[in-house]
Design a protein around this ligand. Structure first.
Ligand code: ADP
Ligand code: ZN
Length: 612
């Protein structure tokens, strides 16, 4: 049988405790073991790490892993050591003594895997060190950091192209969860990997439920979402500015949620503490700017909530991908409103940079808006952005409760003609608030001051609520039938597309904003389990699972490790279900290899047998 003699499969079972490869892991690993270069695009949680860890173990020499995530290297090394892999790292957080020890271990060929920060690898001393022993492969993790357009750009990554010049015979594998064609091409070019084989995985994350709802009072919306659907779960709430991060975190804490802020304006120590707490404690919510999250491989993040509109689908998909890496049900929730569209358009106009750059930012935003306003499956829309065809998913808000559409042509004409008249008759531009007051015939100081009650469109839209008018304005902005002026005040202006609507040549289909789902689904009935190991445990098994969790918590604290590094939830669930009563039986459980059986086997067996 081939399986018996395949060293990669052997390592998969004996070291990592898994019985089969996922997706294209096997092909990727075989290719790199044989000395080939590879570019791997796999969604977060897809299983990228094994693609370089196993070849590093199978090939002779040390696997060098380049990663920008210095703060996470210790955890990664700890996790590898727990399964018996000899691992270490080199980065600026170390003392000289620690560094010397790692260097010695490398020189004597005692390391299977060595994590190196990109700026270290740029140093001549590090390069000489690498020459002093044999290199199994170079793995370039988070490879999208070479992309200057992306938000994670690291200048040191550009130097990684030099690896091929110095070590032409060492295979290189570049990995990322960013999937657009443009990023893909940039990685190939900038890392100089023209001959690499490309592996593009299925980007679907079926266990994540995607939901987007209109924003009204975002703090209360986030709170009610967490309370009704994810009380006591770990999750991330993303917001655009430091100020709103602080505001939301404080509000959630006042309401009893175990939430902490995280943004670049905080000092390094508090940021480190928040990150450690998130990784090590159960049920922590981090409210953060996008500075938080890359490389965090906590498997049981149950939700990612966006309190502000992300700037691109690429960013949104990476951020939401941090939910549910363990394959169990998770939620990606986003609230967005008229204000988001106006703000982001204004930020793009104000941003320094070439016209070409602004056009690029605008097109990213347009794609994001199209996703928000779509009346068809969110997932089909997302995946098609990454060039992948799919069927309606049944696990997003538009599939679960298809939005109603209505003919908004007349409403759109009323709104657009108000904007046109203000410009033509008064040479004025105003923001959405004033336009809506005019349409609704609302007497305010500003209306009196500007005599807007004398306009012919005054009060012609009083049959539509203010909230509905905001939804209409938002959708017209999203579709390009209306635009934000460049005066920096968020005023509304018409576009070429407006003319067709005003002349009655184009009709406008609008979606009715649904009632926010978090309020509707208070029963929680929609929580869907995505995989078989997510099926509910029997009460007796649930009890054992809790005992195992307690035991795991103690072990993790003793060594100051995140709990999931000891065993993840799926492994504990499987133990609770199968109740292995011997050390040998433990090897049949997913996630238990030989080293972990030796370290924890007796403990686990006694928790299991003690509970009977
Ligand atoms: P990525 O780096 O792509 O985000 P990871 O490498 O962290 O993903 O893997 C995600 C999770 O899936 C981890 O908990 C990992 O142990 C698990 N995993 C990866 N490959 C397999 C496999 N072949 N069988 C079972 N579990 C796997
Ligand atoms: Zn769907």
């Amino acid at each position: 049988m081939i399986a018996e003699t395949d060293p990669s499969l052997q390592v998969l079972g004996s070291v990592f405790g898994y019985d089969s490869f996922r997706g294209e892991q096997q092909e990727i690993i075989d290719h790199v073991v044989a000395g080939g270069d590879a570019i791997v695009l796999m969604p977060t949680g897809g299983g990228k790490s094994l693609c370089y860890q196993i070849p590093a173990l199978v090939r002779s020499g040390t696997g060098i892993v380049v990663s920008p995530l210095i703060a996470l290297m210790q955890d990664q090394v700890d996790a590898l050591e727990l399964v018996g892999v000899r691992a270490a790292f080199l980065n600026s957080s170390q003392s000289t003594q620690q560094r010397i020890e790692v260097e010695q271990a490398y020189r004597s060929g005692e390391l299977d895997v060595l994590y190196v920060a990109p700026e270290r690898l740029a140093m001549a001393g590090t390069r000489d060190l690498l020459d002093s022993s044999s290199i199994a492969l170079f793995a370039i993790d988070e490879a999208h950091c070479v992309s200057q357009w992306g938000h994670d750009f690291r200048p040191d990554y550009l130097q990684l192209a030099g690896l091929v010049v110095r070590w032409p015979d060492v295979p290189r594998i570049a990995l990322t969860a960013t999937a657009t064609r443009a990023t893909h091409d940039e990685i190939t070019e900038r890392l100089e990997m023209p001959k690499a084989r490309h592996f593009v995985a299925n980007f679907d994350r079926p266990n994540i439920q995607y939901r987007i709802e209109p924003k009204s009072n975002v703090k209360s919306q986030v709170l009610s979402f967490i309370r009704t659907e994810h009380p006591d779960d770990a999750g991330i709430v993303y917001a655009l500015s430091r100020k709103s991060v602080d505001g939301i975190a404080e509000f959630l804490r006042e309401k009893g949620v175990n939430a902490y802020p995280y943004h670049a304006g905080m000092d390094a120590t508090s940021r480190r503490e928040t990150q450690a707490r998130f990784l090590r404690e159960d049920g922590v919510v981090v409210v953060a700017t996008i500075a938080f999250g890359m490389g965090i491989d906590k498997p049981d993040v149950r939700f990612v909530a966006h309190a502000d509109l992300p700037k691109s689908i690429e960013g949104y998909y990476q951020e939401t991908g941090r939910a549910g890496r363990d394959g169990l049900a998770a939620t990606a929730w986003l609230a967005y409103g008229l204000g988001d569209v106006v703000n982001l358009r204004r930020m793009i106009d104000d941003s320094p940079g070439e016209r070409e750059f602004k056009i690029k930012l605008s097109s990213h935003l347009d794609a994001m808006l199209a996703l928000c306003e779509t009346t068809t499956c969110r997932r089909v829309n997302l995946l098609s952005y990454f060039g992948q065809k799919s069927q309606a998913c049944g696990n997003c808000d538009t599939c679960l409760s298809p939005p109603e559409t209505w003919d908004g042509t007349v409403a759109a004409q009323k709104l657009l003609s108000t904007v046109v008249r203000l410009k033509r008759e008064r040479n004025q531009s105003f923001g959405a608030g004033q336009i809506i007051d005019i349409l609704r015939g609302k007497q305010t100081d500003r209306v009196r001051q500007w005599r807007h009650d004398e306009l012919t469109t005054w009060g012609i839209g009083s049959d539509i609520s203010e909230q509905q008018w905001r939804a209409i304005t938002r959708q017209l902005l999203a579709s390009g039938a209306l635009a934000v002026g460049t005066d920096g005040y968020g005023t509304l202006v018409t576009t070429d597309a407006s003319d067709g609507i005003l002349r009655g040549e184009r009709s406008v289909d609008l979606r009715n904003d649904p009632v926010p789902a978090s309020r509707r689904s208070a029963s929680g009935a929609r929580r869907k389990q995505a995989k078989s190991d997510g099926a509910p445990l029997s009460p007796a098994d649930e009890e054992l699972f809790e005992l195992l969790r307690q035991w795991r918590g103690e072990k993790a604290r003793e060594k100051s490790l995140p709990a999931y590094v000891v065993f993840n939830d799926s492994t504990l669930r499987e133990i609770a279900r199968q109740r292995p009563s011997t050390r040998e039986a433990l090897l049949g459980i997913t996630g238990i290899g030989e080293k972990k059986r030796d370290t924890y086997g007796d403990d686990v067996v006694s928790v299991v047998t003690g509970s009977q």
